[in-house]
Design a protein around this ligand. Structure first.
Ligand code: HEM
Length: 544
């Protein structure tokens, strides 16, 4: 029998192929690390070498240690200076003087993109928030802008009043019962029904139940918990989004609630397209989606997919954020001696009739109320995760940090962000930052200290700052003033300590105080958007 000659490939065993593959991977890894450390455009920017070499450094803190990377930043800045390379392709800055450079407005044609890595986890495709490029963002944002102008929010006041009244009627029913009322849940019901009504002319009537349950908090908390994993392993996101809820529950208990919520929002848009919800035929109030569908916009801007992105965005962004700020305000005004009494006096003096909810325009004339809200947002930070931007032009940092001068050039298209909690706890801007002291927002003549506003990062800054600022302020003014007016003299906290009002501590070295008394030391919880933690109960009160 004649044998065919063996080709050289036939000598290759599986183990040889595997070894060759491993050597190849090792050498490519080595090459990549060498490039990142010595030849990358950010190679000269100081920071931990391991963080510059591999994303796994951040992965360890974010995924294995559950959102703990931000806890390292303060130490990084102590060691490396104002601008630190926190991962192979990203920088973090801790000099408030640089806010206007990173978060530039559109004046002078400055363009800011968002980082793909940052957006990977946030699950808002087809939205303003989720647009990577500046130009796409502008196009999408101009569609939504008119609905959130100051004039639009003024027109929305009757609706705000209606939902504020509705939740406080329930809160009143707790009076004298010794039964705790969860105001965190009350506020999230209010904000969810309000934004749903405004968006679709329809809401789930979360404000209809005295217990304020169900509400969106659990779904949001669960959703937050998945962000870091999807940021680092983005291919898991489409799998998650398309999986049945029971699979999501098995993989990450709690995440099924978020999936359920997301599908409900998308289902609402489907209902609009299938004519089951008529967003155009609302008697009292125009709706966001009715207006968008009637507007003279390119067809793709009105597509089902596009509107799902917007729906998910406005419902997601406009609910827990404002609700948290309000719940935190309630906590701080009660926990800090003297604040609620001073606020009560100001409000009752201006509006003695407790059955009428004053307009935002009138409430904006109450200096102490405004300072309380500013101080609350300083403490609560709004969104606690870092918010990176990519400038189209190079940025030049030149400044003194901890007594040393630095000149740093940041190449164009580099992700660089700041963290609100580091700016908000900077003692050069906010002396004794650990103290809840609303008066710091007033100048020596008792007028608003507007210069400080530039350092309030709760809504971010520049072209990509919060779209819902006016609505958030409107809701916060009306809901907090009415709370104080109706319950200010007969309310106390119930089993609510400072741990309920931090999703991140402002600084590892800070203590939260009540007036001048230290309440407790706090540690960072996690680097997420909202209080993404299982132990979160919310702010509870007793009404007498
Ligand atoms: C106290 C309440 C609120 C806080 C602290 C807050 C905070 C923020 C922050 C920091 C951003 C920027 C995120 C980034 O840079 O990636 C943002 C974006 C956004 N917020 Fe708010 N927000 C609040 C209330 C609202 C409300 C009531 C709405 C109403 C729908 C809203 C809608 C949005 C939207 C749509 C974006 C994306 C804007 C864009 O990318 O152009 N927010 N918010």
């Amino acid at each position: 029998m004649a044998y065919l000659p063996l080709s050289p490939l036939d000598h290759l065993s599986y183990s040889f192929v595997l070894s060759a593959l491993l050597v190849f991977l090792f050498l490519s890894g080595l090459l990549l690390v060498t490039y990142r450390l010595f030849f990358h455009p950010l190679a000269q920017i100081p920071g931990p070498r391991l963080a510059a070499a591999t994303q796994l450094y951040e992965f360890y803190y974010d995924v294995i240690c559950k959102g703990q990377y931000m806890n390292q930043f303060e130490g990084f800045h102590e060691k490396y200076g104002p601008v630190v390379r926190i991962s192979p392709n990203e920088l973090h800055c801790n000099d408030p003087a640089f806010i206007d450079q990173i978060y530039a407005g559109s004046a002078g044609g400055k363009k800011r993109d968002k980082s793909v890595f940052y957006l990977n986890g946030t699950q808002v495709h087809g939205s303003c928030f989720g647009s990577v490029t500046h130009d796409l963002h502008r196009l999408r944002r101009q569609t939504l802008n008119p609905f959130f102008s100051k004039a639009s929010v003024t027109r929305l006041e009757p609706m705000i009043r209606e939902f504020v009244d509705k939740i406080y009627a329930h809160v009143e029913s707790y009076a004298g019962t010794n039964e705790p009322c969860n105001v965190s849940h009350a506020f999230v019901c209010m904000t969810t029904d309000l934004i749903s009504q405004y968006a679709f002319g329809w809401n789930r009537n979360y404000t209809g139940t005295r217990s304020f349950k169900p509400n969106l908090t659990a779904a949001m908390v669960a959703g937050e918990g998945t962000i870091k994993l999807f940021q680092h392993v983005p291919f898991l996101l489409p799998l998650f989004e398309s999986s049945p809820e029971w699979v999501a529950k098995l993989a990450a208990p709690g995440s099924e609630e978020y999936l359920h919520y997301q599908r409900e929002v998308y289902g609402t848009v489907d209902d609009v397209f299938e004519g089951k919800i008529d967003v155009r035929n609302t008697e009292k109030q125009k709706t966001i989606f009715g207006e968008i569908l009637d507007a003279d916009l390119p067809r793709e801007e009105k597509s089902r997919q596009r509107l799902k992105g917007s729906a998910r965005e406005v419902i997601g962004a406009g609910t827990v954020t404002t609700a948290n700020a309000l719940a935190y305000a309630v906590y701080y005004i009660i926990a800090t001696p003297g604040v609620i009494d001073k606020l009560y006096a100001e409000i009752i003096n201006a509006f003695p009739n407790a059955t009428e909810i004053p307009s935002c325009k009138n409430l904006e004339n109450l200096p102490y109320l405004i300072t309380v809200l500013h101080e609350t947002l300083r403490f609560s930070c709004g969104i606690c995760t870092r918010l990176p931007r990519l400038a189209h032009e190079p940025l030049f940092y030149s400044g003194t940090f901890k007594g040393k001068h630095y000149d740093i050039t940041i190449p164009p298209n580099t992700a660089i962000g700041m963290s609100a909690q580091l700016v908000h706890s900077n003692p050069d801007i906010f002396p004794e930052p650990e103290k809840f002291r609303p008066e710091r927002w007033l100048d020596e003549k008792g007028k608003r200290h507007k210069e400080l506003d530039g350092y309030l990062l709760a809504f971010s800054k520049g072209t990509r700052q919060c779209l819902g600022i006016n609505l958030a302020w409107g809701e916060m003014h009306m809901a907090l003033a009415t709370f104080v007016q109706r319950f200010g003299k007969r309310v106390e906290l119930f089993e609510t300590g400072p741990e309920e009002v931090v999703y991140t501590c402002m600084s590892t070295h800070m203590v939260v105080t009540s007036g001048s008394d230290c309440i407790s030391w706090l540690t960072y919880l996690d680097d997420l958007f909202e209080p993404g933690r299982e132990t979160y109960n919310g702010v509870q009160i007793l009404v007498h």
